[in-house]
Design a protein around this ligand. Structure first.
Ligand code: ADE
Length: 241
């Protein structure tokens, strides 16, 4: 697989304002509880943390999942808050072929879109948006050791399930996690030059035969709790303390 075309600023040594993006309310609740956030705000490792969820759609009354809502919410929040670090925590599909199991954690090294294809020079790299996130290799290793997670590629798209072509791409790229937000957050952070790091927890196995949505719902609470239990340690390491 290609090297990332885009890079982000390094992790700041002592961030004072952190935006923590979590897509779904059911993922955010245990994280907020574990971090002691009140009204979505609190202090962790000497930094002010603000929880950012894209909210509920007024028409469909469900959480605003997906890359478009993630980018929209983060763009507005960066303009309003000027954070010096953005974090993303949330659930993802994992890959049995890469040795992952339910509730395992992945610390993202890079992110890209797996469902974006434009066969024109330059545009293909633009839409795939393959981005190296902010933690360097040593930081990734320290974070992964602290939370007990694997380090690797997280790939984003607009769908919970995966096509046969996408499964082949995931295998070629040795993808560890498949989500619906991280690459879009990376695009926004790249444009705004804000550092970004991400922690993903596996709710379902993309390369397993069971229907994704059933496995996802079955494991949503367990995996959200696992992410929440790791959240404090993750933030302490990315915030440099
Ligand atoms: N979030 C949790 N599981 C996922 C999957 N299989 N695809 C995309 N996002 C997810």
């Amino acid at each position: 697989m290609d090297q990332p075309a885009f890079t982000l600023p390094p992790l700041p040594s002592a961030p004072s304002r952190i935006l923590l993006f979590v897509a779904m309310h059911s993922e955010a609740e245990p994280i907020a509880r574990a971090l002691g956030l009140v009204g979505g705000r609190g202090t962790v490792a000497g930094a002010e943390i603000e929880l950012l969820t894209p909210g509920t759609c007024a028409i469909t009354r469900v959480d605003k999942l997906g890359p478009v809502h993630a980018a929209s919410a983060l763009t507005r929040a960066i303009a309003a808050r000027r954070p010096d670090l953005v974090l993303n925590m949330g659930t993802a599909g994992g890959f049995e072929s890469q040795g992952l199991g339910i509730a395992d954690l992945v610390v993202a090294r890079d992110a890209m879109f797996h469902d974006a294809r434009v066969e024109l020079p330059g545009f293909d790299a633009l839409v795939r948006a393959h981005t190296r996130l902010s933690p360097n290799d040593a930081q990734l290793a320290a974070i992964a050791a602290r939370v007990g997670g694997r380090i690797g590629l997280a790939s984003s798209g607009s769908s919970l399930d995966a096509t046969a072509d996408e499964l082949a791409l995931f295998a070629r790229a040795r993808t560890l996690a498949k989500d619906m937000e991280l690459a879009s957050l990376a695009v926004v952070c790249s444009e705004e030059r804000v550092p970004l790091a991400a922690l993903k927890g596996v709710t379902d196995l993309v390369d397993h035969h069971e229907p994704t949505h059933e496995v996802f719902l079955r494991n949503l609470k367990k995996t959200s709790d696992r992410i929440a239990a790791a959240a404090g340690g993750f933030i302490e390491l990315v915030a440099g303390s």
